[in-house]
Design a protein around this ligand. Structure first.
Ligand code: XLS
Ligand code: NI
Ligand code: NI
Length: 434
């Protein structure tokens, strides 16, 4: 078989290695808190950024020429399967995530597009059978084509709604065929730019209808995947309906869908919402809806979704801390929804970027495990809220109190004594662990 990448299998060489094509921290079988690293870190390759992105941006055309390019888009789709499996195998990555339209191209009719997707995904399945590689999640691209200019489930045009539903049904069928453990809904263009032309109430109702139909089909079809919503506050629309975890949770509760969907948290989307990555993870975790992660990072000085490979140790540590507190990600994993920079146009850069991302999370995992073992923050927090364990505090915590009783208590105890939050000390301790 044709070999697409000249790079060989990537090995763990330890932190002292100077080999750019080796893991320094990701040592897949090393045991952390009783589990091998690779079970904590179910890394996934994103089909779109890895096999389809070619370095173009708003101001410039492609900078990358890949060995799997082909002038016939259908043939190229098959070549991408081979290249993708070679890439994952060489990196020791056991999962992939895909959109319908990055696995197979859009054809002249929907029926044709479906047929080609069937063929390419049959080939993916064949490749999976001879390997360890599994599907983490599938999704439908209902945002790229011009028909989706005003959204998919929230389009004012009912024919567009139907088309999106058809695409989602098909993408769910393909995800089932590939044994996908999750199915993702990122709200593409589900949002609006101006209220002068938008009936928000209607759009939200329709969006909920689409999600409800998909939820029902998940059962009916036997896919039974964990369904995930991926919040994002803006881009491409000004007001994306799935702004952040709390917004999505409110929406799901309004429509009685809160037990059917969990969250796929993307680091770059968190920061676009002016939240930290670990804020979003925490918010999902404490509500029991932390499903999976899109591991990437943004650039704080650029206001858009730059989808960079995650190399920020601090953020990765705090993220893994939330994951450990969650007892892991269950069916979810860490999908590198990240693309190499426009100037990093060589095939080798693709490998180096994944290595950088995997090493960052491996190191983050190690530090987070140690912090948790030593209960550094947990002990501090326990002490900080101690006033709720006895007396008036316990009554509040148990909701066995009235406003009148609280008023009487406060009249008798109006000299308040606070304790220090010691933020700087905690940050300094965290630095000692890093
Ligand atoms: C875009 C999203 C997208 C989803 C999958 O910003 O991150 O890539 O993860 O549709
Ligand atoms: Ni994403
Ligand atoms: Ni994104």
């Amino acid at each position: 078989m044709k070999e697409y990448f000249t790079v060989g299998k990537i090995q763990y060489e330890g932190p002292k290695s100077t080999n750019p094509l080796a893991f320094k921290y990701y040592n897949k079988d090393e045991m952390i808190l009783g589990k091998p690293m690779k079970e904590h870190l179910k890394f996934a390759m994103s089909w779109w950024h890895t096999l389809c992105a070619k370095g173009s941006d708003q101001f410039g055309s492609n900078t990358m020429v890949r060995s799997f390019e082909n002038s016939d888009p259908v043939k190229e789709a098959f070549e991408k399967v081979d290249a993708g499996f070679e890439f994952m195998d060489k990196l020791g990555i056991e999962y992939f995530c895909f959109h319908d339209r990055d696995m197979a191209p859009e054809m002249d009719t929907l029926a044709e597009s479906n047929r080609v997707l069937d063929e390419v995904s049959d080939y993916v399945l064949e490749k999976m059978k001879g390997s360890q590689i599994k599907c983490l999640w599938g999704t439908a691209n209902c945002f790229n084509h011009k028909r989706y200019l005003a959204g998919a489930g929230t389009s004012p045009n009912a024919d567009v709604f139907a088309y999106a539903a058809a695409q989602i049904k098909k993408a769910m069928d393909i995800t089932k065929k590939l044994g996908g453990e999750n199915y993702v809904f990122w709200g593409g263009r589900e949002g609006y730019d101006t209220l002068l032309n938008t009936d928000v109430k209607q759009e939200l109702d329709h969006y909920a209808t689409l999600l409800t139909l998909a939820r029902d089909y998940n059962k009916k079809s036997g896919l039974n995947a964990q369904l995930l919503i991926e919040p994002k506050p803006k881009e491409p629309t000004k007001h994306q309906y799935d702004f952040d975890v709390q917004t999505v949770l409110g929406f799901l509760k309004n429509y009685g869908l809160e037990h059917d969907f969990k969250m796929n948290i993307e680091a770059n989307h968190a920061t676009l919402a002016i939240h930290t990555f670990n804020h979003e993870l925490n918010m999902a975790r404490i509500h029991g809806i932390l499903g999976s992660i899109d591991a990437n990072q943004g650039d704080m000085l650029l206001g858009w979704d730059t989808d960079q490979f995650p190399t920020n140790l601090y953020d990765a540590t705090l993220a893994m801390y939330e994951v450990l507190l969650n007892g892991g990600l269950g069916k979810g994993g860490l999908n590198f929804d990240a693309k190499v920079r426009r100037q990093s146009f060589t095939d080798e850069d693709l490998f180096i970027s994944y290595i950088a991302g995997m090493d960052t999370f491996a190191r983050g995992l190690r530090v987070a495990a140690k912090l948790l073992e030593d209960k550094v923050f947990e002990n501090f927090k326990q002490e900080r809220y101690v006033s709720y364990t006895t007396g008036i505090g316990k009554k509040i915590a148990d909701k066995k109190i009235t406003l009148e009783e609280l008023s009487e208590y406060a009249l008798a105890h109006d000299t308040i004594q606070n304790t220090s939050g010691r933020q700087e000390w905690l940050e300094a301790v965290l630095n000692q662990y890093l």
